[in-house]
Write a protein that binds this ligand. Sequence first.
Ligand code: MG
Ligand code: ZN
Length: 217
Amino acid sequence: MKVYMEQDILQENDDQADENRLLFGNTLVVNIIGSPGCGKTTLLEKTIEALKDEYRLAVIEGDIYTTKDSERIEKFGIPSIQINTAGGCHLSAEITSKAASDLDLDDIDILFIENVGNLVCPAEFDLGEDSKVAVLSVVEGDDKPAKYPLLFSEAGAVLLTKTDLLPYTNFDKASAEKDIRALNGDAPIYEMNVLKGEGMDKWLDWLRVQHKAKTIK
Ligand code: MG
Ligand code: ZN
């Protein structure tokens, strides 16, 4: 009997992720990870609104069951592919490759992947992306970076969302930032109120820089 260990599964995933990197070519791929309700889809809506005339965009939506998020993306008239994981709590490189093969990647500058809402295993599964982006809303608590260190150590950028709600929480921003810095010396931390479109500029510029770096490679 062959017993698949977590290690084997992750190794197979890493091999597929390497193939995905070839498949993605010059397309910048950004894997957005955060808890349910942290504002990933709203972030995508506002980001698409801001960048759709500047770049050719596409989205892969990972959800456990529904198509609610991709319906929100479709109204922008950009390609969007829904993955339903049927209970699965993360996207794998394999399912991502299947979804991506439905896209004309040569005609896409930036591909966003909205991972399943979860702070744990999405960080373990490399999808072949250029960057993981960690989204943490202040209502989730300042202890989350220390409690879920892998995501925050792997993230290319950390987005602190719903900052307009700070007065109504006991979120200690300095403490969260200190914990993020201990895990990750490089990732910029951007504070934003996505719903009102506040604090988006630095994030959009970060995407522009990542895209430029990808096309120069
Ligand atoms: Mg969503
Ligand atoms: Zn999972």
